[in-house]
Design a protein around this ligand. Structure first.
Ligand code: OSB
Ligand code: MG
Length: 394
């Protein structure tokens, strides 16, 4: 059904809510090699396949990044599930619609189960469009308060502990305020020991990406000696309850990443003591509307949150920065400088981090960075534009 722009509808809009007609949705796949490979407990990535979405509304283009990976290893979503889901189900649900706000797209996509990263890409592109239409920075539209956000880094598994220590040294010298290392059985206690003996005081955390099981509690208890800020997602991605059993046995706070799909997960995890910190990824929870709700639930329960990363290009990175301006993002996130990932980023200027380990939030309309469409066209290995039925007629 296509909503008609009639006078009743127009009168119902407040003056700040201009209608946006969703005219076309363009999907791009671009391939970009990482400056340095990134290895987690589930595998090593050298080249990213970046999935971008552009939505055209009334002469304004909103951009977003679909953070689904090259494989279904972090979560069940991946690029080749997100693309057809958007093409066949989500884009048709939005095309031709007239929305007053980006958040109105959420109920229009609710009949599709899961596929949160796919939904987030569309919703977030509409947020960018809405902010541009209102000549407002995205962070302000989201209700953000912080003008400068603290940054940490996530450092993957390396070929040797010495190489990892060199990397940590480089990031600390660059000013980053928290070091997170990836761990898995065989690359954990031995690694944390070496880091802590060299840097007894730094903010240090680790991320297991579900590499352990509950029968390894005694092993995981050894992590307590390292005074870690948190241990991220030690157990199964689809299991909150067993994290509460583990948390009872650990002094180190558990932070959930993969397990938190939406606000109900967050509320339940907090209620049963499955974590003391939550990592919010806007793609993982299905878009800015849900990400804000997760943030609010955590704030009400005094659970600190931080913004996770998915090796994003500048397009997704800019959205992570906007999200990180919300009040309860107290801890340094995984949002770091473009140059840690890319030889050349697809936004201008690139994301830079101050010597104090912060990103200064930009004030331009939308996400605040210029999307380099020319470069994206050049790098695109696949591009598909989807239009509404009525628009296709002429
Ligand atoms: O678990 O946080 C994670 C990257 C890809 C998939 C999952 C994760 C990560 C990171 C990297 O830790 C964060 C970043 O630097 O973007
Ligand atoms: Mg993680």
């Amino acid at each position: 059904m296509v909503v008609q722009l009639d006078s009743v509808f127009l009168r119902a809009l407040s003056s700040s809510d201009l209608p946006m007609k969703i005219e076309a949705i363009t999907l791009y796949e671009i391939q970009m090699p990482l400056v340095h490979f990134f290895e987690t407990s589930f595998g090593r990535t050298y080249d990213r396949r970046i999935f971008l979405v552009k939505i055209d509304c009334d002469g304004i283009s909103g951009w977003a990044e679909c953070v689904a990976g090259e494989n279904p290893f972090y979560s069940s979503e991946w690029l080749e599930s997100a693309w057809p889901t958007i093409k066949h189900f989500l884009a048709p649900a939005l095309l031709g619609r007239i929305l007053a706000k980006a958040s109105e797209s959420v109920p229009l996509m609710a009949h599709v189960r899961g596929h949160r990263m796919a939904k987030a890409a569309l919703e977030n592109a509409l947020w960018d469009a809405e902010a541009k239409q209102k000549q407002q920075p995205l962070w302000k539209l989201l209700g953000g308060k912080q003008r400068e956000i603290p940054c940490g880094v996530s450092i993957g598994i390396q070929d040797s502990i010495d190489l990892l220590l060199d990397k940590i040294q480089t990031e600390l010298a660059a000013g980053y305020r928290r070091i997170k290392v990836k761990v898995k059985p065989g690359w954990d206690v031995n690694v944390l020991e070496r880091i802590r003996s060299r840097w007894p005081e730094i903010l240090l955390s680790c991320d297991a990406n579900s590499a352990y099981t509950l029968d390894q509690i005694e092993h995981l208890r050894k992590f307590d000696q390292f005074n870690l800020l948190m241990i991220e997602q030690p157990l199964w991605d689809d299991d909150i309850y067993n994290h509460s059993r583990l948390q009872q046995k650990l002094r180190t706070p558990i932070c959930l990443d993969e397990s938190i799909r939406h606000t109900r997960d967050a509320a339940q995890a907090i209620e049963i003591g499955a974590c003391r910190i939550i990592n919010i990824k806007v793609g993982r929870v299905g878009g800015f509307t849900e990400a804000r709700k997760v943030h609010d639930v955590c704030a009400a329960q005094k659970i600190p949150v931080w913004c996770g990363g998915m090796l994003e290009s500048g397009v997704g990175r800019a959205h992570n920065i906007a999200l990180s301006t919300l009040e309860n993002f107290h801890l340094p996130g995984d949002v770091s400088a473009s140059k840690r990932y890319w030889k050349e980023d697809i936004i201008e200027p690139e994301v830079e981090v101050t010597p104090q380990g912060t990103i200064v939030v930009r004030d331009g309309p939308g996400a605040g960075y210029r999307v380099r469409e020319d470069l994206i066209e050049k790098l695109a290995v696949r591009k598909e534009t989807i239009r509404g039925k009525s628009a296709q007629a002429h």
